[in-house]
Write a new protein. Structure first.
Length: 269
């Protein structure tokens, strides 16, 4: 049998259509599958390669074809939308910068670049743009940081996590960093915006090493799996306390010295 062709920017034809369809299915959107390997398709290929620990050169060879055709974890509903927004961040990392800004940048300007955001702001944006409730429990008032994520979300075991859930490192209850789960498993694949080079993909084990000594919390928002994505009612006093807790709080970059797995190097601005 004839093998798959090697594709790169400038390629055209049916093989490019198939490539674009597989990228869209995997959550790395290229828009319409028009059979033209342009800059948008290349960016999606690079993001896909980085997320699968392949050489991220934008050239589709045998290993990239094989990874594209591997069975994928079926993600539906809000989870699929949240993961899609995270993948958009990976693809557009060159226009996303690490800044501790509140109100959270981009809440009401979906996919507008440049974007200035910290780790908690990035995951909050993914939920907002996907149409999910605020994971900080603040009704997207522009505030929120690792502390409100930790206090509002529901803790689960690592074996229960699904794509779109969060992993948060903290010390004595004070949040340090948060990432999102892209693929569960024995060593989950995460998307992290822990430094100016983010958002990038990284294995949990590598990220955990960079937060040595911190406690780990796996967190979910129950409403993401509900038929109607509405948070449970809570006492007004709890919301008021969380609003006071969050006011002006941000998260500093903590992964500047992160050692990534081979092939998952961050984008350099």
């Amino acid at each position: 049998m004839k093998g798959d062709p090697v594709l790169q920017e400038g390629s055209r034809g049916d093989a490019v259509v198939e490539l674009q369809q597989l990228l869209n299915k995997a959550g790395f959107s290229v828009g319409s599958a028009d059979g033209i390997f342009g800059a948008k398709t290349k960016s999606a290929v690079v993001a896909f390669q980085r997320s699968h620990q392949l050489v991220a050169d934008g050239i589709v060879g045998a290993r990239t074809w094989a990874a594209l055709r591997e069975p994928v974890v079926v993600v539906s509903g809000l989870r699929a939308k949240i993961v899609s927004e995270a993948n958009w961040g990976i693809t557009n990392a060159a226009g996303i910068h690490y800044q501790q800004v509140r109100p959270i940048d981009g809440l009401n300007a979906r996919h507008q670049l440049p974007l200035n955001i910290d780790c908690s702001g990035f995951v909050t944006l993914c939920y907002k743009w996907a149409g999910a409730p605020d994971p900080n429990g603040l009704g997207y008032n522009g505030q929120g940081y690792t502390g409100t994520l930790l206090s509002y979300l529901t803790p689960v075991s690592s074996s229960q996590i699904k794509p779109g859930d969060l992993v948060l490192w903290h010390r004595n209850g004070a949040g340090e960093h948060v990432s999102m789960v892209l693929e569960p498993g024995s060593d989950p694949l995460l998307v992290s915006h822990g430094a100016e080079s983010g958002p990038y993909t990284v294995r949990y084990s590598a990220s955990n090493r960079s937060h040595s000594g911190a406690s780990v919390a796996w967190l979910k928002l129950p409403a993401v799996d509900a038929a109607r994505a509405r948070p449970m009612p809570e006492a007004p006093q709890a919301l008021q306390a969380r609003e006071k807790q969050a006011m002006g709080k941000t998260d500093p970059a903590t992964e500047e010295a992160l050692t990534l797995e081979p092939g998952s190097g961050p984008v350099r601005h």
